[in-house]
Design a protein around this ligand. Structure first.
Ligand SMILES: *Cc1c(COP(=O)(O)O)cnc(C)c1O
Length: 457
């Protein structure tokens, strides 16, 4: 084996080493993700139909299963340069603390004001909207990271931005809301009285604290009802996973510099975009038979989409206004328990990741939230970064894998995605610190209620 070069705490790429194209893992998949279906005709959605809701260039990317590389426009690259390339950190302090022979790395995406990886896709989507001559975009946001990222991108490009924010987050995270408004976005708590679907949901579930699926329905209705507006989405869609491939491409480039080959690659999975982006170039190698890796998706036990969901065509939203996507799903009516505080609460999973998981190319595991916050706290104390609870799901699994190495003496190389910072999640941290956080695992009967709402196709 070649002598290992001394690896710095942080591996930074030079600006000019930042990828010039996104990598589209679909091009290397034998079993392509199933197409989006029109819920009325059950025929694959055409570009024309999708163009009513989404920007034209993004529709092209959504439907592109063939081109492995898609050039990143220069304007997007110059925006990326404000906060990218992001560092790949060797977690020496964590390794020391755990006394593990494992080598741990994390790719940190929290180094921008929005505090997460979501900015990577927000700027791309805003750019294509602007390029098409649109006036503005609408979207939903749960915890608020996506809305923040999109409002930053829209401010940069001078595009109007309307955000439907899940009501409980709107109330619990007023500072996120104010960040968005500072960047010029209009923020509405969802469900709201401003849309037909919002009024309907409020009537059926008075006092509901909202859900992502419900906010999506409102944002789609708002976009299609206004001239010069389109809807944009922060995760789940294949185009978002494509934009997030920059995470994986940079990670691979940084590791290649030092001749490091990971054994295990771990990411948290909400709608699947950061995980999909992180693993894409590595998965490409695996799909082409060049190298093997172990990929682990980590999700909350209270929203166990991959580990307990069904692989079926389902709606992407509660109001059932979106196309049908074939994905792992808990049913579009599924809303995680109110005690769930760790994010990653979406009912479905990106179709590319769903297909890869169905084909046995990726593993998934679920973790309980107190163990997630325990990992977050430990990580913060030794590595210094206060992680987002979402990111802490990946930390949890990385710690578990590193501890397995300690038992077996294996020197595995573990890479995980640290998707963001947790400054706006102090309400949840507070509950953990006060010992008031509990774990909730839905029963089979509770999940069945969600499955019953999946359309029979
Ligand atoms: C949104 C978000 C996630 C989950 O979304 P994915 O699309 O699954 O990546 C994870 N971490 C952070 C910090 C987020 O903001």
């Amino acid at each position: 084996m070649a002598e290992e070069k001394q690896i710095p705490y942080k591996i930074y790429l030079e600006e000019q080493e930042m990828p010039e194209a996104w990598y589209n893992v679909r091009a290397d998949m034998k079993n392509k993700p199933a197409p989006l279906l029109n819920p009325e005709t059950l025929e694959p959605m055409t570009a024309e139909e999708l163009g009513v809701v989404f920007c034209d260039e993004l529709v092209k990317q959504e439907l592109d299963n063939e081109n492995p590389y898609i050039k990143i426009p220069e304007e997007i690259r110059s925006f990326y340069k404000m906060y990218r390339p992001s560092p790949l950190v060797r977690a020496y302090c964590l390794e020391e603390k755990l006394q593990t022979p494992a080598k741990i790395y994390y790719k940190f995406e929290g180094n921008n004001t929005s505090g997460s990886h979501k900015l990577n896709s927000a700027i791309a989507q805003a750019y294509y909207a602007k390029n098409q001559g649109l006036k503005g975009v609408t979207t939903e946001t749960g915890a608020g990271q996506w809305g923040t990222a999109l409002s930053m991108a829209c401010a940069y490009l001078n595009l109007d931005c309307r955000v439907f924010m899940v009501k409980c987050s709107y109330e619990q995270k007023p500072f996120r809301r104010e960040v968005m408004r500072t960047y010029g976005a209009q923020v509405t708590p969802s469900p709201s009285e401003t849309t037909e679907v919002g009024r309907k949901i409020l009537k059926e579930h008075p006092g509901t604290s909202g859900s992502l699926g419900c906010a999506i329905s409102e944002a789609v209705e708002c976009a299609t009802g206004m001239e010069g507006y389109r809807y944009v989405l922060g995760s789940v869609l294949n185009q978002v996973l494509l934009h997030q491939s920059i995470i994986g491409l940079e990670t691979k480039a940084a590791l290649d510099k030092y001749g490091v080959v990971p054994d295990i690659i771990i990411g948290c999975a909400g709608g699947g975009s950061n995980l999909g982006g992180l693993i894409s170039p590595f998965m490409g190698e695996k799909l082409r038979g060049e190298r093997d890796y172990q990929f682990i998706a980590v999700e909350p036990a209270s929203c166990p989409t991959l580990t307990r969901g069904k692989f079926a065509y389902d709606f992407c939203d509660t109001g059932m206004v979106t196309p049908l996507a074939k994905m792992y799903t808990l049913g579009s009516g599924f809303i995680p328990s109110a005690s769930h505080a760790g994010g990653l609460r979406y009912h479905g999973m990106n179709p590319v990741l769903s297909q890869l998981y169905a084909d046995g190319l990726m593993e998934a595991r679920s973790v309980e939230q107190t163990s997630v916050f325990e990992a977050a706290q430990m990580f913060a104390r030794v590595e210094g970064i206060l992680p987002a609870p979402e990111s802490a799901h990946a930390i949890r699994a990385a710690l578990d894998e590193a501890m397995k190495c300690k038992e077996t003496g294996e020197e595995k190389t573990i890479v995980f995605g640290l998707t963001g910072t947790g400054y706006f999640d102090m309400f949840a941290y507070g509950r953990y610190n006060d010992g008031e956080m509990s774990d909730y695992i839905p029963t089979d009967a509770e999940l069945q209620a969600g499955f019953d709402g999946i359309p029979k196709i």
